[in-house]
Design a protein around this ligand. Structure first.
Ligand code: SDX
Length: 426
């Protein structure tokens, strides 16, 4: 017996179907609401609105649970690799050894970027933000690889081409921005080792692959790989709903991720911690500013639309800081400030009452600094990690029988009809 809810509007009773998810999430199916009642709903920011049914990622914001295709993030971070987790997200199951080896061959075969694309990278002003470059160049991939999704080409080849080339392009962009020699991917290196080598190898100072740092990068990207219907994934789905090619949809996701309220927060956290350090490490001043409703300042890396407890990814990221820094024989004064800031904030009623806890971005910048990644590339690192999630969500959306082009309604609050006024009478 289908579950329904009753809605009484203007004296009429309407019965609306209820959709219940596999983890008990209940949704009122309002697809026929306007047609039957003449009413629409109003939910800017979509805090109470489900845009789709999805079997990719499950989050429980109250309990701090995150699972990809049913596997807890803690287990994937401990046992999996970024390539294996990407396969899981895109295919719904963990790969066999044979499948994983096939993926590795595809990633290697697709790891080079068309030589002509280097001209584009060299043409950007040196001070260009890497996120703007990445978003532009992913759209440009459509021009260089038009054979995508052709009848012959298996969709997974398209996905793996994107996964491999976006990583290569990010490192290439960095090298070119520094005026350094571009380092090519190597057939003998794994996905993450290749990225670190392409970023830091040099003809005069060969980069030594450190397996602990490669492991840290795998975990970093696993933690970022998907997060259900966040802002940038919603952008990929909305742009993809017009049946545009996948490169354009992913480019829209990169653009959406750039904002400081979303993926840009990892860069904003470091800027905030640096500012606190410049003010004698006065974390109380930052906490007070964040609490002041008349002050637009917010504690970057804190708060979340879904998590009303500690972000499970932040717990793992926090532990990784010490591992990476000790491996690099570095200390980072910003980590001490971050810990102090967290301690003060989590004792403050403002943050406790609003359920504001550290999110994935609060400690991720410290890990990236430990790896030697420049601050303006932090959100690019988030984008590479989120790529398998965007790809999986895009694929699920175009395969969804309920899927239609995204076109929200609005509540019009403007002028009623009025006549044109000739300019000399205004
Ligand atoms: C990511 O959605 C995802 O899953 C995203 C992500 C992913 O993996 O894709 O997890 C990645 O984007 C993490 C979030 C990174 N952004 C930041 O760290 C920026 C700082 N955080 C905030 O801007 C905010 O918490 C958001 C944007 C994350 C969430 O915004 P919401 O859900 O719209 O919450 P809100 O702005 O309505 O805040 C509710 C209240 C407000 O106070 P009142 O107006 O009700 O009095 O909490 C306050 C806010 O002022 N508040 C904060 C705060 N976050 C919320 N106050 C101070 N500092 C903060 N960080």
């Amino acid at each position: 017996m289908e579950k329904t809810v009753k809605l009484i509007i203007d004296g009429n009773t309407y019965e609306l179907p209820v959709i219940v998810g596999s983890e008990g999430e209940k949704a009122i199916d309002i697809r026929k609401l306007r047609q039957e009642t003449g009413y629409i709903t109003y939910d800017p920011g979509f805090a109470s609105t489900g845009s789709c049914r999805s079997s990719i990622t499950f989050m429980d914001g109250e309990k701090g649970i995150l699972r990809y295709r049913g596997y807890p993030i803690e287990q994937l971070a401990e046992h999996s690799t970024f390539v294996e987790t990407s396969f899981l997200l895109m295919n719904g199951v963990l790969p066999t050894r044979k499948e994983l080896n096939q993926v590795r061959v595809h990633l290697n075969d697709n790891s080079l970027v068309h030589e002509d694309m280097q001209d584009f990278f060299r043409s950007f002003p040196r001070a260009s933000h890497p996120m703007g470059i990445l978003s532009s160049m992913v759209t440009a991939l459509r021009s260089f690889y038009p054979e995508y999704m052709s009848a012959e080409e298996n969709i997974n080849t398209t996905f793996l081409r994107l996964l491999s080339k976006v990583r290569t392009m990010a490192a290439m962009s960095y090298k070119i921005s520094r005026g350094h020699k571009v380092i090519y991917p190597r057939q003998d290196l794994t996905y993450c080792a290749n990225f670190l080598n392409m970023m830091f190898d040099s003809p005069v100072k060969p980069y030594e692959i450190d397996e602990d740092l490669v492991r840290a990068l795998n975990i970093f990207w696993i933690l970022h790989a998907d997060h259900e219907q966040n802002c940038s994934t919603a952008a990929v789905r909305v742009v993809g709903s017009g049946k545009v090619n996948i490169y354009a949809a992913i480019s829209a996701g990169i653009a959406a991720l750039w904002g400081p309220l979303h993926g840009g927060a990892n860069q904003a956290v470091i800027e905030m911690l640096t500012d606190i350090a410049a003010n004698n490490g006065d974390v109380n001043r930052a906490v007070e500013k964040a609490k002041d409703r008349n002050d637009p300042f917010r504690l970057m890396g804190f708060g979340h639309r879904v998590y009303k407890t500690y972000d499970p990814r932040a717990k793992i990221m926090k532990a990784m800081c010490d591992i990476v820094l000790s491996k690099m024989k570095k200390s980072d004064p910003l980590l001490d400030i971050a810990r102090k800031l967290e301690e003060v904030a989590l004792k403050d009623p403002y943050f406790i009452d609003s359920n504001l806890y550290p999110n994935v971005d609060f400690y991720s910048g410290i890990v990236l600094r430990g790896l030697g990644i420049p601050t303006n590339m932090f959100t690019v690192m988030f984008a590479i990690g989120r790529l398998p999630g965007w790809i999986s969500q895009w694929k699920e959306s175009i395969d969804d029988p309920h899927w239609r082009i995204s076109r929200p309604r609005q509540v019009y609050t403007g002028e009623k009809e009025r006549d044109y006024i000739p300019i000399d009478e205004r």
